[in-house]
Design a protein around this ligand. Sequence first.
Ligand SMILES: NC(=O)c1ccc[n+]([C@@H]2O[C@H](COP(=O)([O-])OP(=O)(O)OC[C@H]3O[C@@H](n4cnc5c(N)ncnc54)[C@H](OP(=O)(O)O)[C@@H]3O)[C@@H](O)[C@H]2O)c1
Length: 274
Amino acid sequence: MDNKKIAIIGGGNMGLAMARGILQTKWANPERMMFAEPLNDRLEHIKGIAHGIKTSHSNLDAAAWADVILLSVKPQIMSHVLDEIKPVMKDSKQVVTVAAGVTTSFIEKKLGGKTPVIRAMPNIAAVVREAATAICPGKYATEEHLSIARHIFESVGIVVEVEESLMDAVTGLSGTGPMYVFQILEGLSDAGVKVGLSRDISNTLAVQTLIGSSKLIKETKEHPAKLKDLVTSPGGTAISALHSLEKNGLKALLIDAVEVAAKRSGELGTQKKD
Ligand SMILES: NC(=O)c1ccc[n+]([C@@H]2O[C@H](COP(=O)([O-])OP(=O)(O)OC[C@H]3O[C@@H](n4cnc5c(N)ncnc54)[C@H](OP(=O)(O)O)[C@@H]3O)[C@@H](O)[C@H]2O)c1
């Protein structure tokens, strides 16, 4: 990875988060990174992240220059971007995609040849280097290509490897996951206000409760159900609250949400223009 040049195509939320993460790793070097993006303002912003970073309006130039091409554009314009970069693609260049629903076989077919493709699904916590990312290899990708992708996404959080058939499920769970957590936190914050706390104190307590509980699960490696049993004492507050959550179907709501998001991910993959 040390000598590889990386181009990020699409300088939006995810593209920027990835650049910031990569620049904080030991193999980071702004001179080996290029951004391609249509908006001038965003390119100017990107130049401000790290001195020496290259920018371009041309996806073709970025792809021609790089060894690793990270595609961070919306699924709906992926086909157009692949058409643009195709003339400079060689089997020695590696493509990494974060687009929801876009399969490795679609990219391989569009680019022709035997381009090694890695599909990844990070989440927006990449901005604070706490993302959960799943990666999977395409037909022509080797262990080395996977390892490069693993390095890239470890720069913004943790990485797991899954089979491509599970990528829509990953998109439904962790790719979309921050939204569920934001909704839960907003609800808890409102709840605190309802029972008399100031908005500020309520937010602070809700956020820290979520961080602390997640850390407890992560560090003890206990099943959430076991920790739930630990905090529900006979006749106490937690069991009363749990009864209310169960009556209102919290878990069923979450399962439904993940399922529809996973389904939508599959639809996005089929809606892109060939
Ligand atoms: N955000 C997330 O939570 C998240 C999580 C996992 C995966 N992803 C995936 O990450 C990808 C990017 O998402 P995002 O949230 O970063 O979206 P975004 O903020 O809209 O970023 C996409 C960027 O691509 C640029 N762009 C548009 N047309 C282009 C073209 N022809 N060539 C090069 N760049 C072009 C856009 O510029 P304009 O604004 O000028 O159109 C924008 O800066 C998506 O495929 C998404 O599925 C996102």
